[in-house]
Design a protein around this ligand. Structure first.
Ligand code: ADP
Length: 457
């Protein structure tokens, strides 16, 4: 990783050097061309033609024909490596400097145009400018400017030399900063790796990845911790369930063991054997009911795909359940439906049937002899589907109303009756799976009503 980061940095540095080198060359050449043109242009008004020498201090006079060419003394013949020379249109140099004069004399002049010539491997930029004056012999005057690229080349060579000297330092800096940077960036990843390794060794499920900052790695850590939290909760739930289940099964198993040991101690009368077998049968039934409910309960933890949710007719499901429960209800209890038709919810039919059956079964079990159970469906004021199961049975004390939804919890009043303590925890789980809210209205001795409020479809 460090190697890669350093390599990339070195590449970027080399690229930057290359770009600076090329751009520097271009800029320098353009600057020189600018100097060339401005030097020539500045010289244009420094030439005159006259018949008399007027001010020999300020001017240089060159005899030409029957007069003089008057040239200002500040005619720039060499400045900043730019040369300028005065020519006749016939190619005769009258004044100034031109290092490539021998090679360009025959070329002729082109008004205000930049052109190039290469002499002895050195490229020169040239610029010609015609002056307004005419000479008496009909020839015109030209200023020819010239600048060599040798200077640019030398400067570029110098830049390259410095770059090459600096390159190893830059590379060393790149590698060092790459090493430090990646080390710093990867530190949280290394912490994550350590925590994940500790967790996968099974040392500590409570361990969390240290999260610092809210950058990408910080967010990854938070997501990871969220996942670990859920994993821990699910392991804990599993562990708790196994421990609760063994605890619940231990009681009937101990009763069976104690009963058989006691009965087998000596010969018994047929009546005593019968009594013992009845105790064993009761505890066997209880164990079987417990195992059945535990299986049903654990099945609810399957993947959501196993319980597809569709739009279902809650009114119809409730009415059907009420009808079936009415047929099996004992002790003179009547189960009736009180539903407004066509109330739909988004849910799973099997789960909803299970929920209504559990609630109605409880209402019958903890109901008054000859009492009633009502399975209802209506809409709340805010338009949400509401399922309720009402009875006039033993009721539930306020201190127990929270606890009855816990697994295996059974109230003191109901211990003498058959049951596993798993029915309501299943109801709660199914309500959760549907995003529904569960509430209870109950008074001991008067009866209970369980409400399930579904979200609107
Ligand atoms: P189980 O009925 O198998 O004991 P549940 O989880 O269904 O288990 O119910 C837990 C406890 O809640 C019951 O033991 C009972 O004490 C109480 N309970 C549930 N429904 C009612 C009801 N309709 N009337 C009175 N008590 C109830």
């Amino acid at each position: 990783m460090t190697l890669w980061a350093s390599l990339v940095l070195v590449l970027i540095a080399s690229l930057a050097f290359g770009v600076v080198y090329l751009a520097g060359g271009l800029v320098l050449r353009n600057t020189l061309k600018g100097y060339l043109m401005s030097a020539v242009e500045q010289n244009t008004n420094k030439i005159n033609w006259g018949t008399a020498q007027e001010d020999t201090e300020a001017n240089i006079y060159i005899a030409y024909g029957d007069g003089y060419l008057e040239i200002d003394r500040d005619f720039l013949d060499v400045i900043n490596d730019v040369y300028a020379a005065l020519y006749t249109s016939g190619g005769e140099m009258l004044y100034g400097e031109d290092p490539v004069a021998r090679h360009t004399q025959d070329r002729g002049f082109t008004q205000t145009e930049l052109w190039e010539i290469t002499v002895d491997g050195i490229r020169y930029d040239m610029y010609d400018r015609r002056l307004p004056q005419e000479l008496p012999d009909g020839q015109s005057l030209w200023i020819r400017g010239c600048v060599s690229e040798a200077g640019v080349r030398a400067q570029l060579r110098e830049t390259a030399r410095i770059s090459l000297i600096l390159m190893p330092v830059v590379i060393a800096l790149c590698v060092l900063s790459g090493y430090l940077l990646t080390g710093r960036m990867l530190a949280p990843v290394r912490d994550m790796e350590k925590s994940a390794a500790a967790i996968s060794r099974g040392d500590d499920l409570k361990a969390r990845i240290p999260v610092s900052g809210s950058d990408e790695i910080g967010r990854l850590g938070t997501v990871f911790n969220g996942m670990l939290g859920r994993l821990e909760a699910s392991f804990e739930a599993e562990r708790q369930f196994t421990s609760d289940a063994s605890h619940e099964l231990r009681t009937p198993a101990s009763v069976i063991m104690a009963q058989t040991e006691y009965t087998l101690e000596k010969d018994r009368s047929p009546g005593e054997y019968r009594e013992a077998l009845e105790v064993i049968q009761r505890q066997g039934r209880r164990m079987s009911a417990l195992i059945g409910d535990m299986l049903d309960y654990s099945r609810l933890d399957r993947r959501p795909e196993d319980y597809p949710m569709t739009e279902v007719d809650l009114s119809a499901i409730a009415a059907d359940c009420a009808e079936q429960m009415d047929m099996t209800a004992d002790r003179g209890i009547g189960v009736s439906a009180d539903v407004i038709p066509g109330v739909a919810v988004r849910g799973n039919q099997l789960l909803l049937e299970r929920m209504i059956t559990n609630l109605t079964g409880n209402a019958v079990r903890y109901g008054r002899d000859g009492g009633y159970v009502k399975v209802g469906v209506k809409r709340t004021e805010d338009g949400c589907p509401l399922l309720f199961v009402e009875d006039d049975g033993i009721g539930i004390g306020s201190e127990e109303q929270e606890k009855i939804f816990q697994r295996f919890y059974r109230s003191d009043a109901s211990r003498s009756l058959p049951g596993t303590g798993l029915g309501l925890s299943m109801v709660k789980k199914i309500a959760d799976m549907h995003g529904a809210g569960l509430s209870l209205d109950s008074e001991p001795g008067k009866g209970s009503t369980f409400f399930i409020k579904f979200p609107p479809v």
